[in-house]
Ligand binder design. Structure first.
Ligand code: 5GP
Ligand code: ZN
Length: 113
């Protein structure tokens, strides 16, 4: 499949991987928008948030759980962090394999731009 994140999952393209289990992979964003910026992705290809099915609910929960685990492990959970999932063009999605941005190490403004 011609999907950038599937290629990273399949080790066809290198990435700075920070976490892996049977269902989830996390790696550093190539163009970080914060001192800490990782992407948490399901190994299953799901193109957008609109394509999540009922059978994926536990998997989507694992993305959030993994983000919190990484924040705790890397020591910025108590300071706080931002998680973002962009959907489709107006949401700012550029890679069509769902991913959770996990960003930390600075203060974030609200509302998001
Ligand atoms: P989106 O805009 O779809 O929400 O987020 C896609 C993210 O993927 C962006 O933050 C972008 O910097 C990151 N990205 C794009 N290409 C690569 C790549 O080849 N490697 C890594 N590690 N991140 C990438
Ligand atoms: Zn994919």
């Amino acid at each position: 499949m011609d999907c950038l994140f599937c290629k990273i999952i399949n080790r066809e393209i290198p990435a700075d991987i920070v976490y892996e289990d049977d269902d989830v992979l996390a790696f550093n964003d190539i163009d970080p928008k914060a001192p800490i910026h990782m992407l948490v992705v399901p190994k299953k290809h799901i193109a957008t948030l609109n394509d999540i099915e009922e059978g994926d609910l536990a998997l989507v929960g694992r993305l959030q759980y993994t983000a919190a685990h990484l924040a705790k492990e890397q020591g910025f959970a108590d300071d706080g962090y931002r998680v973002v999932m962009n959907c489709n063009d107006q949401g700012g999605q550029t890679v069509y394999h769902i991913h959770m941005h996990l960003m930390g190490g600075r203060r974030f403004t609200w509302p998001a731009g």
